[in-house]
Design a protein around this ligand. Structure first.
Ligand SMILES: Nc1ncnc2c1ncn2[C@@H]1O[C@H](COP(=O)(O)OP(=O)(O)O)[C@@H](O)[C@H]1O
Ligand SMILES: [Mg+2]
Length: 239
């Protein structure tokens, strides 16, 4: 479904991603783990072309989605194609209501005509959002804001959801709930590519994972194998 081959990304003269190749098949949850500064967010942004203005296009490599080359597309075009991203830190529009934030997610393409139906589905997943429809986003708790950010991404009816550290800053109970929601979203037919620091929890719900270190893929494999991997145990699971 998503294929990245030989991707290199530079910020100015700084080479941040080195020959990164990865793929996500339809139906999978794939997780990218790695330390701070490894290039995980950069990788997700590269997929939906959020990098270009910042980097002045020194990007090399191939990224395709369902056979289509993503390189020439704008971020909006990638949404229309069926990719949605939830950026790091659950950024939502603070002064807009929950409902208006959700509606913005269905602005592009055919998702608009199905807005009502999709809203129902999002409320089924996150009933809390329905209770807070007319509340301004800035008054939500951290967990609720993360739900809203994910809900907004789902409003575009993506085939592939990109999640950048969805559990960041959440208390342990909410971390568990967030991953349960990601699993449920996946069961409903959405493929997921997720960046996470909660390695144990994220690998438990993932099919496969990649370890990104210093901008390079250092390891990859089935999630349950990586949970047994000595390097991962030592550096990421603190066992
Ligand atoms: N807009 C930017 N301009 C310059 N350097 C950046 C920019 N964004 C990230 N970087 C640098 O690129 C590297 C990778 O960052 P990032 O992708 O955010 O890593 P991660 O998400 O794994 O923590 C870091 O060294 C970071 O400082
Ligand atoms: Mg990051």
């Amino acid at each position: 479904m998503l294929e990245i081959h030989g991707l290199n990304v530079y910020y100015g003269d700084v080479h941040v991603l080195w020959d990164v190749s990865l793929n996500v098949s339809a139906g999978e949850i794939v997780t990218i783990i790695g330390p701070n500064g490894a290039g995980k967010s950069t990788l997700l942004k590269a997929v939906v072309n959020l990098l270009k203005p910042a980097t002045g296009e020194k990007e090399k490599g191939k990224i395709s989605f369902m056979g289509q080359d993503l390189t020439p597309l704008s971020p909006e075009d990638t949404i229309r194609l069926g990719i949605a991203i939830v950026p790091e830190g659950a950024r939502v529009f603070p002064d807009m209501t929950v409902l208006d934030n959700l509606k913005i997610g269905s602005y592009a393409g055919p998702a608009r005509a199905r807005r009502k139906q999709t809203l129902k589905e999002v409320f089924g997943l996150f009933p809390r959002l329905k209770e807070r429809l007319n509340q301004k986003a800035k008054t939500l708790s951290g967990g609720e804001r993360q739900m809203l950010a994910i809900g907004r991404a789902l409003m575009s009816r993506p085939a592939l959801l990109l999640l950048d550290e969805p559990s960041l800053g959440l208390q342990p109970l909410l971390v568990v709930k967030t991953f349960a929601a990601v699993s449920e979203i996946n069961r409903r037919g959405v493929s997921v590519l997720m960046v996470e620091q909660s390695v144990q929890f994220s690998l438990e719900i993932s099919n496969r994972a990649y370890v990104l270190e210093n901008g390079r893929i250092a390891a990859e494999g089935k999630a349950r194998d990586l949970l047994q991997n000595d390097h991962i145990k030592k550096f990421y699971l603190a066992l």
